[in-house]
Design a protein. Structure first.
Length: 170
């Protein structure tokens, strides 16, 4: 599957089959995160791969999205430097983890797996469940598994609505 096809066909999956992920597929998905670019190539991240059912249930309790416990894997993207802000004023950790987790999403899609970006969770509770020290920040929780649904594509704005050339226009 080429990249643009993976992007076009990717959907947020909220229902998963009760089927484990093959270790080689999981490793490929994680390799996609490892290869992601980051500010200054610092790679100030950790990816906590949660496969234990009890821990997945506890993580689901830290969110309003209980379906994440149904996935055989939840990947927590953790920033090891949540205080760093780039010279443009944007937090580096949010950008770095968004890129890496997007790589995970696209690699998963290419391998026949589904994901869903979860940002609605209680930071402290997620840290406690995963044993993450206070100085770090959980940026995202991503359930990963074989889809048990095939949602339709959501509407997208046209290029004319989102692209300007040379200067910003409203």
């Amino acid at each position: 599957m080429d990249t643009l096809t993976a992007i076009r066909e990717r959907r947020s999956i909220r229902k998963f089959q009760n089927q484990p992920i093959e270790p080689e597929k999981l490793e490929r998905v994680l390799e996609a995160a490892r290869l992601a670019p980051s500010a200054r190539n610092a790679q100030n991240w950790k990816f906590v791969v949660v496969q234990d059912e009890a821990l997945r249930m506890q993580l689901a309790e830290a969110t309003k999205y209980k379906f994440i416990a149904e996935a055989p894997v939840i990947i927590a993207g953790v920033s090891l430097d949540p205080e760093r802000v780039m010279s443009c004023g944007v937090p580096a950790y949010a950008v770095d983890l968004a890129i890496a987790m997007t790589n995970i999403t696209l690699a998963a899609q290419a391998l026949g797996l589904g994901t869903c970006w979860i940002g609605g969770f209680e930071q402290q509770k997620a840290r406690e469940v995963l044993g993450i020290p206070e100085r770090y920040k959980v940026v995202e929780l991503m359930p990963l598994g074989y889809p048990a649904e095939a949602p339709p594509a959501r509407p997208r704005k046209s290029l004319d609505e989102i692209v300007c050339y040379d200067r910003f226009t409203e």
